[in-house]
Design a protein around this ligand. Structure first.
Ligand code: 5GP
Ligand code: ZN
Length: 115
């Protein structure tokens, strides 16, 4: 855990968030500034700053993180309608919180093209 990381504190239950899924490896909660009717962030409970910091040892964790997405999508009622998964990494992607997180965005038609 990184003591100055807001998402570590959410994973530890030290600051409030609307948690929609939690297990020993990952936590999912509603984004505080949703950009769509469904906007969930899924994070590893362990502090990993960004995609660039993933190690080979993190592969089962990341597989698990992706694996919980359909369960959360089902809870949110967006399995059939669809959703977008986004992982912002670094300055050009406007990554703001330096704790790896996967955005699940849905409940409305997404804009395209991306970028
Ligand atoms: P990024 O640009 O780093 O991919 O996105 C970070 C996301 O975290 C943003 O969508 C922002 O609204 C969300 N966020 C930042 N601080 C908090 C917080 O304290 N609680 C929650 N639930 N979401 C947060
Ligand atoms: Zn963290």
């Amino acid at each position: 855990m990184s003591t100055d990381c807001i998402f570590c504190k959410i994973a530890a239950g030290e600051i409030p968030a609307t948690v929609v899924y939690r297990d020993e490896l990952v936590t999912a909660f509603r984004d505080i500034h949703p950009v769509a009717p469904t906007h969930i962030l899924v994070i590893p409970n362990k502090h990993i700053p960004s995609t660039n910091d993933l190690s080979e040892a993190d592969q089962p964790l990341m597989g698990h993180l992706l694996g919980v997405v359909p369960k959360i999508a089902a809870q949110e009622g967006v399995v059939q309608s669809g959703y977008r998964l986004i992982v912002n990494t670094g300055p050009d992607a406007n990554q703001v919180v330096m704790h790896f997180h996967l955005h699940i965005i849905g409940g409305q038609r997404m804009k395209y093209p991306m970028g």
